[in-house]
Design a protein around this ligand. Structure first.
Ligand code: CA
Length: 219
């Protein structure tokens, strides 16, 4: 699950990033509005956490432009003041939810989970593929009814692949989904995760496309 965090307050941004990592999110963090718009337009995220007061383009502008371009990414807005006008402006511009600073991290996490549930449009979003079942909110995984324990990266990789069966995903795209921008990627890390997934499920689950990337077949 990849999140774009847009926050120019360094301490708060660091705090949010640290708090979300153990939840199984890959968090990419930008600190101004124009970088946020660029990132959201060029890459895919499951969620965005967007501060309103930002340098180089405020959060409301980012949101308006995003929605004008028909980008549906669920957005949780962070507002500095509990002003009704700010909240209404945010929601009108296309925010899905908002949180007033200061907030408890536990509440942020709960709201993000709720947003994810809503964005998958089902109370218990499940991704199912050839006997494999992925619960996208609780991150529980099973195969033919048996629980399968996956590491975080394995879950992220499996999710990327199963969400787009029949489509070849390039190594770059997969590495980005797994590691975000600022994590060091070991050169064969992707191969190792693929190997583990084939072992934990079945060998022909993931096909290698030489020189390009990987895919799972359409059923
Ligand atoms: Ca700010």
């Amino acid at each position: 699950m990849r999140i774009l965090l847009v926050e120019d307050d360094k301490a708060l941004g660091e705090g949010i990033r640290t708090a979300l990592k153990p939840e199984g999110y890959t968090v990419d963090w930008v600190q101004d509005g124009s970088s946020a718009l660029h990132a959201l337009s060029e890459e895919s995220f499951e969620l965005a956490v967007l501060d309103l007061g930002l340098p180089r383009m405020d959060g409301l502008q980012v949101l308006k432009r995003l929605r004008a371009a028909a980008n549906p990414v669920p957005v949780l807005v962070l507002t500095a003041r509990d002003s009704t006008a700010d909240r209404i402006a945010g929601l009108d511009a296309g925010a899905d939810d908002y949180l007033v600073k200061p907030f408890a991290v536990a509440e942020l996490k709960a709201r993000l989970r709720a947003l994810l549930r809503r964005s998958f449009n089902r109370p218990q979003p499940l991704l199912e593929y050839r006997g494999i079942s992925l619960d996208l909110v609780s991150q529980a995984v099973s195969f033919r009814g048996q629980t399968v324990n996956l590491q975080r990266k394995e879950f992220l990789l499996l999710h990327e692949l199963l969400a787009q069966p029949g489509r070849v995903l390039t190594r770059d795209k997969l590495q980005q989904a797994l590691y975000g921008w600022d994590e060091e990627v070991e050169s064969n890390a992707l191969e190792v995760h693929v190997h583990h997934l084939r072992k934990k499920f079945f060998p022909e689950l993931i096909r290698t496309v030489r020189g390009v990337g990987y895919l799972v077949d359409k059923v």
